[in-house]
Design a protein around this ligand. Structure first.
Ligand SMILES: Nc1ncnc2c1ncn2[C@@H]1O[C@H](COP(=O)(O)OP(=O)(O)OP(=O)(O)O)[C@@H](O)[C@H]1O
Length: 260
């Protein structure tokens, strides 16, 4: 996967990832290693320089029921929160005809989802009236509105406070256990990856490739208390060692000299 033609930035290479239907996969790796690029490729938003992405044997764009929440919430500024959340229904091949016929059940679902993530009082506000964390929650709800079979999440909780993030982990787990979408979650948070995923993949520094695959053994539903157990800490230590060895360290002394 390369940006800017043959001489451009090679973001990722030799990436082989097979995700089972209904599996919850997390991808972790150092900053800039190509995780978001991989999601863009799987979403059909950019072509691979070589190789292919297939969803149930078909190219990504042919798959109509994918939910996407990318890193920076791309909400439409002139639409209210509710109108932003309803947007995928206007284009989803699975839902658009029914949505045109009768919007009421979809609006009710959007309101329920927004209320569940603490935004019940903000449905008629505009994105510019929300904090970064609130916009991120709208972004997440928008990816879920059409009950997707395939969910692509790129650091969906990064702008949230620790408590909200933990609550949303459990909400996402409950949703996944109920509807069983196939999920690919990109995250920097190793606790998040190990709590939510069946399998955690570790990506190397750019050009990214998978260097490790970690099956997470814990039964579901997984409670937050699990994250404080020695067994869970062992998984985190293992992931930390794998990711830590791949990243370019921040040089604190150089930084101090540069600012002094
Ligand atoms: N639109 C773009 N044009 C050119 N280069 C890009 C573009 N988007 C990303 N890149 C480059 O591709 C590489 C991988 O970027 P990507 O955003 O996929 O990494 P990431 O692992 O998701 O990073 P982070 O964890 O910091 O979000 C980086 O070197 C980045 O500079």
């Amino acid at each position: 996967m390369r940006y800017g033609g043959p001489g451009g930035t090679l973001a990722a290479q030799d990436v082989n990832l097979t995700v089972r239907t209904g599996e919850f996969v997390a991808i972790v790796g150092p900053s800039g290693c190509g995780k978001s690029t991989l999601l863009r490729l799987v979403a059909g938003l950019m072509p691979a320089a070589s190789g292919t992405a297939l969803i149930s044997g078909a190219p990504p764009k042919a798959t109509g029921n994918t939910g996407i929440a990318f890193q920076n919430p791309s909400l439409l500024l002139w639409r209210t929160v509710l109108q932003n959340v309803l947007l995928p229904l206007e284009v989803s091949p699975k839902h658009k005809a029914a949505y045109r016929r009768d919007r009421a059940p979809y609006v009710a679902r959007a309101r329920r989802l927004l209320s569940a993530v603490g935004l019940g009082d903000f449905v008629d506000r505009h994105p510019w009236e929300l904090s970064g964390g609130m916009q991120q929650r709208v972004n997440l709800v928008r990816s879920l509105i059409h009950a997707p079979d395939f969910l692509l999440l790129d650091e969906p909780f990064s702008a949230l406070d620790a408590f909200t993030r933990e609550e949303l982990w459990l909400a996402l787990q409950a949703l996944w256990m109920g509807a069983r979408p196939t999920v690919i979650l990109v995250t920097h948070d190793l606790r998040e990856a190990a709590l939510l995923a069946d399998t955690v993949y570790v990506m190397s520094a750019r050009p990214g490739t998978f260097t490790a695959q970690h099956e997470v053994p814990f039964a579901r539903p997984r409670a937050l208390n699990l994250t404080f157990t020695p067994e869970f800490t062992d998984v985190i230590h293992d992931l930390r060692a794998r990711v830590g060895g791949l990243r370019s360290p921040i040089r604190a002394e150089e930084l101090m000299e540069a600012v002094s």
